[in-house]
Design a protein around this ligand. Structure first.
Ligand SMILES: Cc1ncc(COP(=O)(O)O)c(/C=N/[C@H](C(=O)O)[C@@H](O)C(C)C)c1O
Length: 385
């Protein structure tokens, strides 16, 4: 359960039984034909996979490269999060769980969880920071329409970190009949590995689609935004051990890495424990979590998944930090170049193109993690269009 020196399961003793049960069972359950058949058929007929690998010709012209967009924004629910919740809900049923709990920040993971709970007829409670409830109202209402209960997290910065703390507290109190669907490659082992495996369908498809379109499985660069890091983990998964494929991770610089209002964990973080995992996180000298900032709720997270901490530490990944203003402008630029309004999180990945060097005609895949519908209020308030 380690990625280099990062990962592990540093959890309160009371949570041990849940984590042990998951660790002992998940691999053998997902290896069964029954699980795979159900997982693959729901991804195909319910989520709408494979998602297109779209050649963005106007973008390619402007940036003098061959740019493909992996359209996770076209997944059912509007983002990649559902790839993971489909996997975890099938697993939860196999483990005989009755109730599902989850945390969410941007609300996409919350919607993806509420969606699969409705699909499987399971009770669903989503914990969400009070601040996030205000800035992602459309997703809050969608969760309620789907039958989930949304519980505001009122402690701390009232964002994802606090929602995760609340969800973990609930899970400790209801260990036997409840499964906690974590929305990113964070948390105690086996979660980071399990979520990455469910999301790895993204790079599995990129390989075969690129082979068909470019006669090669490997792009020169893969670019993805990183909040906890699940869409990036999925897009990078089958390329980790292919050094000729550059892995570019776009974090949220917020108002600037040195502004004190940022979520650029690899730039500002140090090693510590967050939500049960040893990773990099933004913390004070005495280990208190520093409140992050990003205009996008999905990247507004003070930590990062251990796999990305390792990619950073080992130099295998290239990390850039994209500021709020640049991300918003990138969202508008993509809308006007390709007719796609991206989630603001995904706009961070798109802006990374301006921050890295690449050769003419390099084949570049940008993971478009979500669509911009959930962010209309933010785009409207920003007004720069
Ligand atoms: C459209 C979209 N793109 C990217 C992200 C960042 O999450 P990762 O892919 O796990 O880094 C997100 C994150 N959404 C989470 C959520 O909806 O709860 C988020 O707030 C946290 C899990 C970080 C997202 O919604």
């Amino acid at each position: 359960g380690f990625y280099g020196k990062f990962g592990g399961a540093y959890i309160p003793e009371m949570l041990h039984p849940n984590i042990e049960e998951l660790k002992d069972n998940y691999e053998q359950i997902i290896a069964t034909e029954e699980f795979q058949d159900q997982f693959r058929s729901l991804l195909k007929d319910y989520v709408g996979r494979p998602t297109p690998l779209y050649f963005a010709s106007r973008l390619s012209e402007k940036y003098a490269a061959k740019i493909y967009l992996k359209r996770e924004d076209l997944c059912h629910t509007g983002a990649h999060k559902v790839n993971n919740t489909i996997g975890q809900i099938i697993l939860a049923k196999k483990l005989g769980k009755k109730r599902i709990i989850a945390e969410t920040g941007a609300g996409q993971h919350g919607v993806a969880t509420a969606t699969v709970c409705a699909l499987m007829g399971m009770d669903c409670t989503v914990y969400m920071g009070e601040l996030d409830i205000q800035r992602q109202r459309p997703n809050v209402e969608r969760m309620k329409i789907l039958g989930a209960t949304v519980v505001p997290a009122t402690s701390g910065s009232k964002t994802l970190k606090d929602a995760t703390n609340e969800a973990m507290r609930q899970w400790i109190n209801n260990p036997v009949d409840t499964h906690y669907i974590i929305g990113s490659v964070v948390g105690p082992h086996p979660y980071p590995e399990m979520v990455a495996r469910f999301q790895s369908v993204i790079s599995e498809e990129i390989k075969s689609q690129l082979l068909e379109k470019e006669g090669r499985e490997n792009p020169d660069l893969v670019i993805a935004c990183v909040g906890g890091g699940s869409n990036a983990a999925g897009a990078f998964y089958h390329y980790y051990n292919t050094p000729e494929v550059r892995l570019i991770a776009a974090e949220a610089a917020g108002l600037g890495v040195s502004s004190g209002k940022s979520a650029a964990t690899t730039a500002l973080g140090t090693m510590g424990i967050l939500h049960g995992s040893k990773t990099l996180l933004m913390q004070t000298d005495d280990g208190q979590v520093v409140e992050p900032h990003s205009i996008s709720a999905g990247l507004d997270y003070p930590g990062i998944g251990p796999v990305h901490a390792h990619l950073f530490d080992s130099g295998r990944g290239e990390f850039v930090a994209v500021e709020d203003e640049d991300a918003m402008k990138a969202g508008i630029e993509l809308s006007r170049l390709e007719g796609i309004i991206p989630a603001i999180e995904s706009a961070h990945a798109f802006h990374a193109l301006n921050m890295i060097s690449f050769k003419k005609d390099d084949v570049i895949v940008i993971n478009l993690s979500g669509r911009g519908d959930k962010d209309l209020d933010t785009y409207i308030k920003w007004g720069g269009y």
